[in-house]
Design a protein around this ligand. Structure first.
Ligand code: 5RP
Length: 241
């Protein structure tokens, strides 16, 4: 098991390296989760120390609240249009820079913001790097109306993809379904291993009640993997092409 203190040092290393990518005048997307939270802390320090002029958009209410509490100004994405860069965490990163996201139930807005950016940079600790996606349960945001029918469609899609009988779990807190920032539910798909992520992504996207799944394919440009000694390893999309 990973030592939490070691993980925190790794997140800080990745966040610091990502803050160094930020340039004055940028339009920047802020991610969600514990690693993105460290990034926002480090970003605020740099903004105040250097007087950087940034236009920020957030992927969640939680991150917007954090940023504002640190004296940063957060805009609506539509006020900014296109962004230069989005920096966010991830639940899994594979060697192709395909991701699973949504552990914080924010992957819908995260995907909208990341795909409205010239570049997406992921920050993570080594524990997020996997050979194959799927050990982390894949989050799927669904409309509450008819969600059990939507779950049946997902079951059928998984069966067609040779993933029959995989558990599909409604995410709950305190005995009630959690609600996303868009007031939807999350179904977590316990898949074990995903052998054909593009096929799975296409099948899930074709289901009416599915709003968005947590597979981020061909979206991330760079992953900065932090280490407890403060160093980082960078995985770049250009190196794959
Ligand atoms: C939220 C996300 C997060 O980026 C992901 O869950 C990683 O979070 P953390 O940095 O806390 O491990 O996708 O929806």
């Amino acid at each position: 098991m990973t030592d939490p203190a070691t993980t925190d040092l790794s997140k800080d290393a990745a966040a610091r390296a990502a803050v160094a990518l930020v340039e004055n005048g940028m339009k920047l997307g802020l991610g969600t989760g514990s690693t993105a939270k460290v990034f926002v802390d480090r970003l605020a320090e740099r903004v105040h120390a250097e007087g950087l002029d940034l236009r920020l958009a957030s992927t969640s209410q939680a991150t917007a609240d954090q940023a504002r509490s640190l004296g940063l100004v957060v805009y609506e994405l539509d006020d900014l249009g296109w962004l230069d860069l989005t920096i966010d965490g991830a639940d899994e990163v594979d060697p192709d820079l395909s991701l699973i996201k949504g552990g914080g139930a924010a992957h819908l807005r995260e995907k909208i913001v990341a795909t409205a950016s010239d570049r997406m940079v992921v920050i993570a600790d080594q524990g997020k790097v996997v050979e194959r996606l799927g050990k982390f349960k894949l989050p799927v945001e669904v409309i509450p109306f008819g969600w059990q029918s939507t779950r049946t469609h997902i079951e059928r899609a998984l069966t067609d993809l040779d993933m029959a009988d995989r558990p599909i779990i409604l995410r709950e807190k305190d005995g009630a379904p959690i609600r996303t920032d868009e007031n939807n539910y999350i179904l977590d798909l316990d898949l074990g291993e995903i052998h054909d992520a593009p096929a799975l992504a296409a099948s899930l996207s074709a289901i009416a009640g599915v709003v968005e799944h947590g597979l981020f394919l061909n979206i991330c440009n760079l992953a900065i993997i932090g280490r407890p000694d403060g160093s980082v390893v960078e995985l770049r999309r250009e190196d794959l092409e």
